[in-house]
Design a protein around this ligand. Structure first.
Ligand code: URA
Length: 233
């Protein structure tokens, strides 16, 4: 056994180098965040409650510490159409509901344009707590919340998954993807036992800054409407 006063870091490094270099110089990041791998049961409400509790028990997350409320979801958990945004803003943080601020007003209009509303879709975000100053979530934050997002998708089990903006797209489709190339296409994906058709479209906040892109978003919305009819949802 190594005595405490013998823990000379230089000597230890030499020793570890001698026996196994990778033991201390492993390039892989250590995942310090607890993954709550509860089994998904047949009871959706029960699963959603368990997921909420898992998210509330995340430790060591600054955005969680600084937020007023967890923003879990809105809409109908029985819906076969799920929308995922990026992260809550200030209005969402205050109300504990996603997309209730200015971007939410536009999202509601987008839903109405294809005869949908919050009673027949399900809405959540990649990150459940408001990042300070509405900054974009960091890669580390996205990585921390991703297992919960995937579990969320698996529980809701949507037939259509709409990713709003590049944060949701990068988190769930791939970091190398570019929204202008990916949007307007259906991508078949599996999250656990959930097989779903994914479409990426522009985030409503981006459309408010770039209204000229609304014509492309309208193409995506019509694709969602047609898919919904085809799948008889
Ligand atoms: N932007 C998002 O991505 N999500 C919200 O809930 C609100 C604004």
């Amino acid at each position: 056994m190594i005595k405490k006063n013998n823990l000379n870091p230089i000597k230890l490094i030499k020793y570890y180098k001698l026996i196994n270099y990778n033991l201390i110089y492993n390039n892989k990041a250590i995942n310090r965040y607890k993954k709550d791998n509860f089994e998904i049961s047949a009871d959706k409400t029960d699963n959603l409650e368990k997921l909420k509790k898992s998210i509330l028990s995340i430790n060591g997350c600054d955005i969680k510490k600084n937020a007023m409320n967890m923003v879990f979801s809105d809409g109908n958990p029985k819906s076969k159409i799920m929308f995922l945004g990026e992260a809550p803003g200030s209005s969402e943080d205050q109300e504990g509901l996603p997309f209730v601020g200015r971007a939410g007003v536009l999202l509601d209009k987008m839903l109405t344009s294809i005869n949908l509303d919050r009673k027949n879709v399900y809405i959540s975000n990649i990150i459940n707590f408001r990042p300070p100053e509405n900054r974009r979530p960091t890669d580390e934050e996205i990585e921390r919340y991703l297992p919960f997002v995937k579990k969320h998708i698996e529980i809701i089990n949507p037939k259509i998954l709409v990713l709003l903006g590049s944060t949701a797209m990068n988190a769930l489709i791939g970091n190398e993807k570019v929204i202008s190339k990916v949007r307007g296409n259906w991508i078949e994906k599996e999250y656990g036992n959930c097989k779903t058709s994914v479409i990426v479209t522009f985030h409503p906040a981006f459309l408010m800054r770039q209204p000229a892109q609304k014509k492309l978003a309208w193409i995506d919305l019509k694709m969602i409407r047609d898919k919904k009819e085809k799948l008889k949802i």
